[in-house]
Design a binder for this molecule. Structure first.
Ligand code: UDP
Length: 472
């Protein structure tokens, strides 16, 4: 008779904020469905600025057997120096206590096998070590972006003492990329001395981990996955997407009306514009977008958000109370037949809609995977973080996107003109059979990945195989 499978317990630690938490919960959900003997405790670190949205999110979740959401006591405001990283350090005693409690509760049942940490919590590996279990990392962006960060860290720590912030060449050969990466596509933060040190630290921690789960698909990022696999244990387990319309509740009545409007539009004729949870423009740029859209003559659905308090990315964007105050005079009347402007968008429901034929996107990794899943071609307009790299990947390496810009930063204050936007939107909506064929192939690949025998299903099996050798 086969030996009964050992009950397995994992501890997940996302960094503060609902985006990180939601990604970890999706991963936890995927893993417990695949392994009936697995239980996961998700330790939730809450700061004063994240408490309300985190509670709203966790309250909205259905309770899932074998996933336990453990709210750690609220932290005080993050210490000024070192920001989030220093704050994560202060959480270690609370994490220790919570993990001890998890072990006590499951005594005689599940054994603790390991921690899964998100990329800003990698220093929690110390705590895992105290419990004599290994840490895995969950990397929520592209494998090619991970390859980029690992490369600049290795080049910095190696003999050449490469300093990416001083790099003035036009491009850089990075082994996880098929073509050299132009300097203009480097992530915004690697050009800042104070930030790059944190990235190096994260990269070293990632190298020191037992393995890396990545929200990607082997066939979609074959070059990067192959390269990373030659040096590290990587598990491409994507696409981990929230396709159940997670954003729909946050979208208001205007969004519901916009979906009804989409129902009345011909197939593949509407261009959708959306720039992620932190993407917003100053008023001058908003007006250029409006003029460009109007001049393009295309049907459009535009998710327009007000910048958060304290400048780009200091806090999340919000909806305008009266969007008319930032749009050119008469814009809404002139475009009433062909367009809609809304706030927070039910993005996946929109991308799934047959009327949508193009997506002007900031190229956040989730939006990227969603666009490929729904086979909607993208025109790139990166805003922050590693989005310029993702834009380069889509336009140049995979040739499935066109560009409005490949290099842009919301911090730079530069203006993309109405002319550029008009041209970019028209190009996006032109028929391009070879681009469509490539996009369809990748879309089929990522839809197959988590089915039986798919590449991500195999990676999950390999991950469990590895974890099984680690129990306390
Ligand atoms: N999203 C949405 N409505 C919006 C803006 C974003 O539903 O108006 C969702 C989008 O579908 C995606 C996520 O929020 O799942 C944004 O993640 P991404 O990695 O693309 O960008 P980030 O917000 O992290 O920059």
């Amino acid at each position: 008779m086969a030996k009964p499978e050992q009950q397995m317990q994992l501890v997940f630690i996302p960094s503060p904020g609902v985006g990180h938490l939601a990604a970890m919960v999706e991963l936890a959900d995927l893993l417990v469905r695949r392994r009936p003997t697995l239980s996961i405790s998700v330790l939730i670190i809450t700061t004063p600025s994240t408490a309300a949205t985190v509670t709203r999110y966790t309250d909205s979740l259905p309770s899932t057997p074998r996933i336990d959401l453990v709210h750690l006591p609220n932290t005080d405001a993050p210490p000024a120096a070192g920001g989030d990283f220093a704050m994560i350090e202060t959480q270690k005693p609370r994490v220790r206590e919570a993990v001890s409690a998890v072990i006590t509760r499951s005594r005689g049942g599940a054994r603790l096998f390991g921690f899964v940490l998100d990329m800003f919590c990698t220093s929690m590996a110390d705590v895992a070590g105290e419990f004599a279990v290994p840490s895995y990392i969950f990397f929520t962006s592209a494998a090619s972006a991970l390859g980029f960060v690992l490369h600049i860290q290795a080049a910095h720590d190696g003999e050449e003492r490469f300093d990416v912030t001083e790099f003035r060449g036009t491009d850089l050969a990075v082994p996880s990329w098929a073509s050299p990466v132009p300097r203009s596509a480097f992530p915004t933060n690697v050009t800042k001395k104070e930030w790059v040190q944190f990235l190096y630290r994260i990269a070293r921690d990632i190298r020191g981990s037992r393995g890396i789960l990545i929200n990607t698909v082997r066939e979609f990022e074959s070059h990067a996955v192959e390269y990373l696999s030659s040096a590290l244990k990587v598990y491409p387990v994507g696409p981990i997407l929230n396709l159940k319309g997670g954003g729909d509740d946050a979208a208001g009545g205007a969004a519901a009306e916009a979906i009804e409007w989409l129902d009345r539009q011909p197939e593949s004729t509407v261009v959708f514009l959306c720039f992620g949870s932190m993407g917003a423009f100053r008023e001058e740029q908003v007006r250029e977008i409006a003029r460009g859209l109007e001049a393009s003559g295309q049907r459009f659905l535009w998710s327009l958000r007000r910048p958060g308090q304290g400048g780009p990315r200091a806090s999340p964007t919000t909806d305008y109370e009266n969007v008319g105050e930032v749009l050119p005079e008469g814009f809404a009347d002139r475009t009433a037949e062909v367009g809609r402007v809304i706030g927070w968008a039910p993005q996946t429901s929109i991308l799934a809609h047959r009327a949508v034929g193009g997506f002007v996107s900031h190229c956040g990794w989730n939006s990227t995977l969603e666009s490929v899943w729904f086979e909607v071609p993208v025109a790139t307009w990166p805003m922050y973080a590693e989005q310029k790299l993702n834009a380069f990947l889509l336009v140049k390496e995979l040739e499935i996107a066109t560009e409005i810009r490949m290099s842009y930063s919301s911090e730079s204050g530069e203006i993309v003109t109405a002319d550029e936007i008009e041209r970019g939107v028209k190009k996006l909506m032109e028929k391009d059979r070879s681009r469509e064929a490539r996009l369809k192939r990748f879309s089929d690949d990522i839809k197959k990945a988590l089915t039986d025998g798919g590449s991500s299903s195999s990676s999950i099996a390999e991950f469990f195989e590895d974890v099984s050798n680690c129990g306390l």
